[in-house]
Design a protein around this ligand. Structure first.
Ligand SMILES: [Zn+2]
Ligand SMILES: [Zn+2]
Length: 139
Protein backbone atom coordinates (compact mmCIF):
# COMPACT_ATOMS: atom_id res chain seq x y z
CA UNK A 1 0.00 0.00 0.00
CA UNK A 2 1.38 3.39 -0.91
CA UNK A 3 -1.36 5.49 0.69
CA UNK A 4 0.71 7.81 2.90
CA UNK A 5 -0.66 10.67 4.98
CA UNK A 6 1.26 12.92 7.33
CA UNK A 7 0.27 14.95 10.35
CA UNK A 8 1.31 16.27 13.73
CA UNK A 9 0.49 18.37 16.76
CA UNK A 10 -0.12 22.12 16.85
CA UNK A 11 3.46 23.08 17.80
CA UNK A 12 5.09 20.72 15.31
CA UNK A 13 7.16 18.79 17.85
CA UNK A 14 5.28 15.55 17.18
CA UNK A 15 5.03 14.29 13.61
CA UNK A 16 3.62 11.05 12.24
CA UNK A 17 2.81 9.29 9.03
CA UNK A 18 0.25 6.63 8.24
CA UNK A 19 0.97 4.08 5.54
CA UNK A 20 -2.29 2.38 4.62
CA UNK A 21 -6.01 2.86 4.40
CA UNK A 22 -7.67 3.16 7.81
CA UNK A 23 -9.34 0.13 9.34
CA UNK A 24 -12.14 2.21 10.81
CA UNK A 25 -13.23 5.85 10.92
CA UNK A 26 -15.67 6.96 13.61
CA UNK A 27 -17.27 10.23 14.58
CA UNK A 28 -17.95 10.34 18.31
CA UNK A 29 -19.60 12.66 20.82
CA UNK A 30 -18.51 10.81 24.00
CA UNK A 31 -17.29 12.79 26.99
CA UNK A 32 -13.64 12.15 26.18
CA UNK A 33 -13.89 13.16 22.51
CA UNK A 34 -15.64 16.41 23.38
CA UNK A 35 -13.05 17.20 26.07
CA UNK A 36 -10.02 16.32 23.97
CA UNK A 37 -11.25 18.32 20.96
CA UNK A 38 -13.08 21.13 22.71
CA UNK A 39 -15.80 20.48 20.12
CA UNK A 40 -19.14 18.63 19.98
CA UNK A 41 -17.59 15.62 18.26
CA UNK A 42 -14.26 14.05 17.54
CA UNK A 43 -13.34 12.00 14.49
CA UNK A 44 -11.09 9.00 15.09
CA UNK A 45 -9.13 7.35 12.30
CA UNK A 46 -7.94 3.84 13.22
CA UNK A 47 -4.99 2.06 11.65
CA UNK A 48 -3.21 -1.17 12.34
CA UNK A 49 -0.44 -0.27 14.77
CA UNK A 50 2.25 -1.15 12.26
CA UNK A 51 0.80 1.30 9.74
CA UNK A 52 1.50 4.34 11.97
CA UNK A 53 5.02 5.67 12.34
CA UNK A 54 6.07 8.55 14.59
CA UNK A 55 8.79 10.42 12.78
CA UNK A 56 9.53 13.17 15.30
CA UNK A 57 8.94 14.07 18.95
CA UNK A 58 7.54 12.15 21.89
CA UNK A 59 4.03 11.62 23.19
CA UNK A 60 2.93 11.72 26.82
CA UNK A 61 0.47 8.96 27.81
CA UNK A 62 -2.62 9.43 29.95
CA UNK A 63 -4.98 6.59 30.79
CA UNK A 64 -8.65 7.21 31.42
CA UNK A 65 -11.95 5.32 31.46
CA UNK A 66 -14.30 5.84 28.52
CA UNK A 67 -18.06 6.42 28.64
CA UNK A 68 -18.30 2.73 27.67
CA UNK A 69 -16.39 1.79 30.85
CA UNK A 70 -13.22 0.65 29.04
CA UNK A 71 -9.72 2.09 29.26
CA UNK A 72 -8.30 4.55 26.76
CA UNK A 73 -4.56 5.15 26.59
CA UNK A 74 -4.46 8.70 25.28
CA UNK A 75 -1.22 10.24 24.03
CA UNK A 76 -0.60 13.96 23.67
CA UNK A 77 2.23 16.35 22.91
CA UNK A 78 3.83 17.41 26.18
CA UNK A 79 4.67 20.82 24.77
CA UNK A 80 1.42 22.02 23.18
CA UNK A 81 -1.06 19.53 24.63
CA UNK A 82 -2.57 18.35 21.35
CA UNK A 83 -4.04 14.86 21.68
CA UNK A 84 -2.58 13.06 18.69
CA UNK A 85 -3.15 9.35 19.20
CA UNK A 86 -4.59 6.65 21.45
CA UNK A 87 -5.21 2.98 21.97
CA UNK A 88 -8.58 1.57 23.05
CA UNK A 89 -8.99 -1.46 25.29
CA UNK A 90 -11.37 -3.10 22.81
CA UNK A 91 -9.21 -2.37 19.73
CA UNK A 92 -5.74 -3.34 21.00
CA UNK A 93 -4.28 -3.98 17.53
CA UNK A 94 -5.29 -0.54 16.30
CA UNK A 95 -3.93 2.93 16.88
CA UNK A 96 -6.35 5.81 16.77
CA UNK A 97 -5.26 9.08 15.19
CA UNK A 98 -7.11 12.30 15.95
CA UNK A 99 -8.52 13.14 12.52
CA UNK A 100 -7.86 16.86 12.80
CA UNK A 101 -4.13 16.30 13.31
CA UNK A 102 -3.57 15.25 9.70
CA UNK A 103 -1.96 18.09 7.80
CA UNK A 104 -4.55 20.39 6.31
CA UNK A 105 -6.21 20.55 3.95
CA UNK A 106 -6.58 16.81 4.05
CA UNK A 107 -9.95 15.68 5.34
CA UNK A 108 -9.51 12.66 3.12
CA UNK A 109 -11.17 10.15 5.46
CA UNK A 110 -14.89 9.65 5.85
CA UNK A 111 -16.69 8.49 9.00
CA UNK A 112 -18.32 5.08 8.68
CA UNK A 113 -20.41 5.61 11.79
CA UNK A 114 -21.26 8.16 14.44
CA UNK A 115 -21.31 6.91 18.02
CA UNK A 116 -22.44 8.39 21.34
CA UNK A 117 -25.00 10.52 19.58
CA UNK A 118 -26.89 10.55 22.89
CA UNK A 119 -24.58 13.38 23.93
CA UNK A 120 -24.45 15.30 20.63
CA UNK A 121 -26.05 18.71 20.28
CA UNK A 122 -29.41 18.64 18.50
CA UNK A 123 -28.12 21.03 15.81
CA UNK A 124 -25.36 18.69 14.66
CA UNK A 125 -26.06 16.21 11.83
CA UNK A 126 -23.80 14.11 9.63
CA UNK A 127 -24.82 12.88 6.18
CA UNK A 128 -27.85 10.61 6.37
CA UNK A 129 -25.86 7.62 5.10
CA UNK A 130 -23.60 7.56 8.19
CA UNK A 131 -25.14 5.09 10.68
CA UNK A 132 -25.72 6.64 14.11
CA UNK A 133 -25.60 4.89 17.48
CA UNK A 134 -26.69 6.35 20.82
CA UNK A 135 -23.72 4.69 22.57
CA UNK A 136 -20.91 2.32 21.53
CA UNK A 137 -22.42 -0.66 19.70
CA UNK A 138 -21.21 -4.09 20.66
CA UNK A 139 -18.97 -3.12 23.56
ZN1 LIG B 1 3.04 19.89 20.10
ZN1 LIG C 1 -15.45 9.39 21.71
Amino acid sequence: MSEIHEGGCVCGAVRFETRAAPQRVSACSCGWCTKRTGAPLGVSVYFLKEDVRFTQGALTPFRLTSDAGRWIESEFCGTCGTTVSWTLEFLPDFRGIAAGTFDTPSFWYRPQRYVFTRSKPDWLHLDGDVPCFAAMPGS
